[in-house]
Design a binder for this molecule. Sequence first.
Ligand code: MET
Ligand SMILES: [Zn+2]
Length: 403
Amino acid sequence: LPPASEKHGLWGRLNAGEVVVGDGGMVLQLERRGYVKAGHWTPEAAVQHPEAVRQLHREFLRAGADVLQTFTFYCSEDKLELSGNVTDITGTQINEAACDLAREVADEGSALVAGCVSQTPCYLENHNEAEVKSLFKKQMDEFLKKDIDFFIAEFFRYAEEAAWAVEVLKTSGKTVGATMCISPHGDMSGLPPGDCAVRLVKAGADIVGVNCHLDPTACIQTVKLMREGLERAGLKAHLMIQPLGCHTPECNLTGYISLPEYPFALECRSLTRWDVHKYAREAYEAGIRYIGGCCGFEAYHIRAISEELRAERGFLPPASEKHGLWGAALEMHTKPWVRARARREYWENLLPASGRPRCPSMAKPNLTSGSRPKRKRKDAPSSHQPLRHRRAPLKFRVRTIPV
Ligand code: MET
Ligand SMILES: [Zn+2]
């Protein structure tokens, strides 16, 4: 169990039955703002554009986030090398700068800082436990040089790799949350969500759940399956959820990356703040107490979680000073037909139009998962040998999730 000093940390808060509001998506949002390269999704902006990262952290804090996650997605040494995106900055520099940024902003409020690791190319490449674990250990040691409160291992497609990350992070003695980017069908080796959760808790995870890849509806369904798996095994853990900020009802095993709109035309699918109210309530009712968002979740979505759960938390966040509940600020509008929208029933029951007459409401997802491109030797800016890649085997057929 985590040390007593963590009584007021994440572990203590969750054990006391508190709701913990997570932050939103960093890489997708910073790509849209011009600081991250799509396809690569590496976080060198922590060093190159600290002001951009700091600002996004601040927006999430102001919206009520209790946790700021370090901007260290895909910041393992092998992923940085594979992306070939930075030659003049090391992974160590990015990890350390990201910790400093998250801490600086967290201390402007009373947020916790989570040091985050994610899936590695090395795992797909060779399944070598020692090698994969050494990548996580390196990142963990860099985080531990800085002031972080707990760890999150997130965005894992395979329970095995996530469990390896958890085993490494637990050696720190700190609280560890683990979230997988899986659907109700389970992980990429066919392990059902309940069994994934059991595996993660047995590896030492204190909090388990899902992040990214699918919309709130599918993610809640998956976390419920995790909870049931834990109950069947007689194991206890807190539950965590950070879904996409997009509607993906027709998605399948491969998640939103299989949508034709990924990643540059997803806007039509964005959740409204009212969708988030519904999500936050459903997640809470499912017994999930760490409730945040992943890609597509912006500050106003996080504020909507904070507003929906204001009674349970006992306060509203600073950003709500500029937002009347359920549209109440519209009472001041000069036009009577807009004033008429200053009520909960209006926004709760609205079916928003897309304004795009020729658009279908559903897309046809691509049915295969892609292989990684080989990096061209002559373009390779790194002095290291590029990694070899092979197609990740899809062990079972892609199906559509009934929701
Ligand atoms: C592709 S999932 C990304 C997760 C990470 N915490 C981020 O928001 O940047
Ligand atoms: Zn995400």
